[in-house]
Design a protein around this ligand. Structure first.
Ligand SMILES: O=c1[nH]c(=O)c2[nH]c(=O)[nH]c2[nH]1
Length: 286
């Protein structure tokens, strides 16, 4: 039997970096998690242990810190682009770079004092290859939202295993994970982030929901119509079930006022919405 090397990439995962910018007594912080992954002429490294083509993951990590010092960390997408281009353009054996960045938000409490915002995480994944092809996918995760009414679920398949009761009033809650693909260079990733985030929240709150699937589509559609710089949105929505508790044993009614917020299992609703004329995604989602 003969075998051969398949797809491979390597890099430093989760370099945790905090960059402080000192504007006199007023400081600014950027708290990020950077993962780099490179691929290219890596056959010899895998087949014979010849590391001549390998830029060590330790050097990749050092590059992240050095670039933060030299260039600062403005928007995560621009920092990721800088790193991806650097690895491909300075190392001939590296043909493709994938750089993923997560950003954790802090709120100001004073000139040099901050409190960590426990809310959502901003994300991006940038690819760049030696043919000059570049893709940027931005996103967010852990954006937890809830509608205490305005959600129904009925009309589904009933089979011998069905116990779920149809409802015309339930709590709808989810932790939104959304990623969106930029068509080209976006002038301000911060602005498009705010536009898409706002659109997702507006659509969640403003849609009278007949299912989380319908809400997902409405959220993706709103993001695309609000932000012309993006062509595709992918959403992952866990259905954070809230079950009305039966209080009748205690002689109490419960008109959707007391819920058990269940943890597991949860429904998981996933889907993409894209413009009819969206260009080919290439390696953007990898
Ligand atoms: O919005 C929903 N979609 C489903 O597919 C589903 N399935 C289920 O049990 N509850 C729900 N809710």
């Amino acid at each position: 039997m003969t075998v051969k090397l398949g797809a491979n990439r390597y890099g430093k995962a989760e370099t945790r970096l905090v960059r402080v910018v000192k504007d006199g007594p007023v400081h600014h912080i950027k708290d990020v998690n950077v993962s780099t992954a490179l691929s290219g002429d890596m056959e010899a490294a895998h087949l014979s242990g010849d590391n001549a083509a390998v830029l060590p993951t330790d050097s990749q990590k050092n590059t992240v810190f050095a670039f933060a010092r030299e260039h600062g960390v403005a928007e995560i997408e621009t920092f990721a682009l800088l790193l991806a281009r650097h690895f491909v353009e300075t190392r001939p054996t590296v043909h493709h770079a994938r750089v993923e960045v997560e950003e954790y938000a802090w709120n100001r409490r004073g000139p040099h004092s901050f409190v960590r915002d426990g809310g959502e995480v901003r994300t991006c994944v940038v690819h760049h290859d030696r043919d000059g092809r570049t893709t940027v996918v931005s996103g967010l995760k852990d954006l937890v939202v809830l509608n205490s009414t305005g959600s129904e679920f009925h009309g589904y398949i009933v089979d011998p295993y069905t116990t779920l009761q149809p409802t015309d009033d339930r709590v709808l809650a989810t932790a939104v994970a959304a990623r969106w693909r930029h068509t080209g260079q976006t002038p301000s990733y911060a602005k498009s982030y705010e536009q898409v985030r706002g659109a997702l929240l507006e659509a969640f709150a403003g849609t009278h929901s007949l299912s989380l699937q319908q809400t997902l589509y409405a959220m993706g559609e709103r993001a695309l119509t609000t932000c012309p710089e993006i062509c595709e949105v992918r959403l992952t929505l866990p259905n954070k079930h809230h079950f009305a508790v039966d209080l009748s044993p205690f002689g109490l009614d419960n008109d959707n006022e007391v819920f058990h917020a269940a943890d597991r299992p949860y429904g998981l609703i996933e889907g993409g919405v894209l413009r009819e004329d969206a260009p080919d995604a290439g390696f953007a989602w990898e």
